[in-house]
Design a protein around this ligand. Sequence first.
Ligand SMILES: [Zn+2]
Length: 367
Amino acid sequence: MIKAIISLFWLVFLTLNAYAASPRLESFSIVNISPAVENVIFTFNKVKKYRFIMLSNHYWYIAASGEKIKIDCPLKPKLSVKRILVRNIRNETRIFLRMDSRYKYRYRLLLSKDGKYLIVRIEKNLSKLIPKPEAIKKPVHIPIIVIDPGHGGKDPGAIGIYNKEKNVVLSIAKLVAYYLKLKHYRVFLTRTGDTYPTLAQRAQFANKVKADIFVSIHANYALKNRLQARGLEVYFLNTTSDARAIRLAARENGIPVSKVGDINKIILSLIQSSKIDKSKVLATYVYKSALKYGKRVYKGYKGRGVKQAPFFVLVDTRCPSILIETAFINNPKDALMLRSPVFKRQIAYGIAKGIEAYINSPRFVKQ
Ligand SMILES: [Zn+2]
């Protein structure tokens, strides 16, 4: 019923207006000439004067005096014209058009001699696609790195000639974090003082902050041959059958050697091979760089290689993870170096540079 009344009213309204002298928009259509050109054709009863006002490249209107027509018209999604609105403002009819904002346009207007057709030729610049605002605002992914100083608190780690492992590795870890922060990475330490987060808590922390890289820093300890045992080892998580790596894993995990086999099994069943592969690449970058910078101040600094072992602290992290045994804390020469602030700075810088090289490599993927 209401609909019928409105229709009737509309008909009367149009009929009355047909007798009015002022221009009236009767219809409009959009013709797609080519992918780059669209013609918007406005049909008036008669129009002599009009104004074309560009509010922006994507929003413009045509104003002609008189008329009280109101159309609100959504358009087909394929067209460059996204919306047409006709409003009566200050005794003129204004036809507003909103364009697809991904493109830039050129407009040309043409009025037919009889004043019936006003054509707006819209030329779309197809080559210059304007990126969407979301694409521009999308934040750059800053790599997140978690540095884990081994042991701490009730767990001193290995007892060296001059130092406890927990103290040496904390100072090196803080320096690594410092150098990485200079490069504007987001860096977290699993501990900043003499506290003991459990191995599981350290990995959980890395997952919580959505780490892209996890680096655990340690100092090595030789049970036998401590006078010969020297140098750097970088480990990535994997199973091992190497007796020395098993002993080391047992010590760092705080479990008996006999239990290491259990972790071997866990690793085989749980860890994705992609994490192992990436961890190996990370380990290689860090190993090369740490050795290079370490040797600059410590000529006798030995490289013992990139190795694999089942470390607890590396099991639960979701990102590529490595464990660095910087040097032997109970070897007289290595221990002296682990006490030296110059060597600690140098090795920390080498580790940071190695992490950076991995981030800049094609193998790095943001988590
Ligand atoms: Zn350790």
